[in-house]
Design a protein around this ligand. Structure first.
Ligand code: UT7
Length: 339
């Protein structure tokens, strides 16, 4: 068995900054409410006059990650693409990135695990590298939320939270020396609880509710094609599941919470991240948050935050890095990395 490691990181966010005050144009909200409840000050929303889409942003992040990995796009053996907001109903974003980057006919797989999408995607890539099936895997998380949000007072509890953006990592095989030194991805832990699927969901359009049916009904009260979130219910589950996933990861590696050098929590809500930070008694320099700038970018959130922390020099050789996420499904999980 091989160990996998991250050899390249990149992220891309659209230029268009939307502040909390900008949102007041569409809905009854306030900067105070949003900051107090979520920690968000602004987010990026795609300007529709630009070329950016979920796949295009993913490709932009991927180019940076591949470049930093010091390899060529032709050295990539497989693509794993995580999103809940693909450009097309089908096919998925993986093949679109493959096309944009003019990559050879390697396999491309899409992962649909919402906020824990990147954790799931990394775990999938890790398994392929461990077995020796592939050497270099491009893992992408990208979301275009802005086009599908209900930007009105009715949808405000959801629409103020979400932002657009993408991140990418190139996973590769550790050398024998690195493996002997205990480096690379140590473990990943994945969970889900489908009985709560409807608590954070977008039900239509879907095969249960096709577009023609929605159009024919012409019902202005129909909100099935906007994301729905039972906020407080999700919040309660998030704090518990985040903790469980981190504890599970530490225990699997015989590590204590004091061993954590950097925690990258999915950027769902600053209050959730602060709760986790307190619970694990981590100092501010051991947790990286950027929700104030980008909001919740779902499958892109963990990888954007990881890349940013790395760019800021917050992650050093041999650090224990913990990634954790929770979201729609419900799905949750963690990845433990010795950098
Ligand atoms: O990434 C996936 C995982 N997602 C999460 O983990 C998110 C978890 N949930 C949350 O972060 C929080 O539940 C929210 C930030 C979404 C909402 O905060 P909350 O404290 O749960 O607010 P609420 O939905 O219970 O609403 C409280 C009040 C309501 O008014 P009334 O009924 O008390 O008069 C809402 O109508 O705040 C009102 N409200 C708003 N007011 C101004 C809801 N959204 C807004 C808004 N601006 N954007």
């Amino acid at each position: 068995m091989y160990n996998s490691k991250i050899i390249g990181l990149g992220y891309y966010v659209p230029e268009n900054v939307v502040t909390n005050n900008d949102l007041k144009e569409f809905m009854d909200t306030s900067d105070e409410w949003i900051q107090e409840r979520t920690g968000i000050k602004e987010r990026r929303w795609i300007d529709t006059s630009t070329e950016d889409t979920t796949a295009v942003m993913g490709a932009k992040a991927a180019r940076i990650a591949i470049d930093r990995a010091g390899i060529s796009k032709d050295d990539i053996d497989f693509i794993v693409f995580a999103t809940l907001s693909p450009d097309m109903y089908f096919p998925g974003g993986g093949v679109q990135v493959q096309d944009i980057l003019e990559m050879p006919t390697i396999g491309a797989l899409d992962v649909r695990n919402q906020c824990s999408g990147f954790i799931y995607a990394m775990s999938v890539a890790d398994q392929f590298i461990k077995t020796g099936m592939y050497k270099n895997i491009l893992v992408i998380g990208s979301e275009n939320h802005s086009g599908g949000l209900e930007k009105s007072t009715r949808g405000r509890n959801v629409s103020v939270i979400f932002g657009d953006g993408a991140g990418a990592a190139v996973l590769s095989r550790c050398s024998d020396e690195e493996k002997a030194a205990g480096k690379g991805i140590l473990s990943s832990h994945l969970h889900s609880e489908g009985k709560h699927a409807k608590e954070l969901a977008l039900e239509g359009p879907s095969t249960k509710r096709w577009v023609p049916e929605i159009i024919a009904a012409n019902n202005p009260d129909d909100v099935s094609y906007y994301p729905y979130m039972n906020g407080q219910f999700v919040f309660k589950h998030a704090v518990g599941r985040f903790s469980e996933a981190i504890i599970e990861g530490l225990q699997a590696n015989n590590l204590k919470k004091e061993a954590i050098d950097m925690l990258i929590p999915h950027q769902a809500n600053l209050r959730i991240a602060q709760f986790i930070q307190k619970k694990f008694q981590l100092s501010d320099d051991k947790v990286h948050n950027n929700i104030h700038k980008y909001g919740n970018t779902t499958a892109a959130s963990v990888i954007i935050a990881l890349t940013e922390a790395w760019e800021l020099g917050k992650i050093k050789d041999n650090d224990l890095v913990v990634l954790a996420a929770f979201g729609s499904g419900f799905t949750w999980g963690s990845v433990i990395i010795r950098w």
